[in-house]
Design a protein around this ligand. Sequence first.
Ligand SMILES: Nc1ncnc2c1ncn2[C@@H]1O[C@H](COP(=O)(O)OP(=O)(O)O)[C@@H](O)[C@H]1O
Ligand SMILES: [Mg+2]
Length: 252
Amino acid sequence: MSLLETKDLVKTFGEMHAVDHVDFIVEEGQVLALIGSNGAGKTTLVNVVSGLLPADGGSIVFKGENITAFTVNRRIRAGIARSFQLVNLFDQLSCLDNVALAIFSREGKTRKLGTFAERDREVWREATDVLHQFGLDAKRTMLAGGISQGERKLLDVAVAYALRPKLLFLDEPTSGVSTREKAPIMDVVTAIVRSERITAVIIEHDMDIVFRYSERIVVMHQGKILADGTPDEIRRNDTVTTTLLGSPVGAS
Ligand SMILES: Nc1ncnc2c1ncn2[C@@H]1O[C@H](COP(=O)(O)OP(=O)(O)O)[C@@H](O)[C@H]1O
Ligand SMILES: [Mg+2]
């Protein structure tokens, strides 16, 4: 049984078929890259699977359970988390509090912001550990709005990771950072997902990064899945190369 299986999944915006009858399968333990040019439907697919947007048709099965009608929170509890193409952080809170807030929300607890970190030592400790795993120890007390773009991207992944997902969607974890910063971010993220046995779906534009870090690649084009295979198969796939590699893949 696959970890995730969408069947005939549809999401439209007026006339735009952003996700057009998509059967998207993710096997447990994979690090999968989801690629495709700007507007291909990648983010929309992730939005529908993570529950941010309702599907207009089709179904989503996760760990054998039909989750199509689940709320975002129920999907998080089932084990699906995601980071955002444009980071989704509380800029006025410290890096530590951003992570702690995710842990509290995972536990279904609510606290007054600004006081919870001292009150709950266990959460505070876990949040500290998560920041450590992501190499952000030194930024603990800094406001999320005051760290570099590369660090913000990492922190956004750390927040999603703190939800302890089984399946983690990363929507362009290296977008907006310099080429030099991309590999270090991917090194940290992929080391963590592999050691924690998290299945990851990474949307990424940089083909060097895609070929280097993923073991399977799914290509989307105009709302549909155009190809699905190993990096070697995708490299040799003429349809993919003429459709996507003629122009820079996903220059958004
Ligand atoms: N909330 C929205 N309202 C209207 N159109 C949208 C919305 N979100 C995405 N789209 C459209 O759906 C298509 C797919 O977008 P998106 O999923 O963001 O693509 P990608 O992430 O592959 O670049 C695009 O044509 C985009 O303009
Ligand atoms: Mg996108």
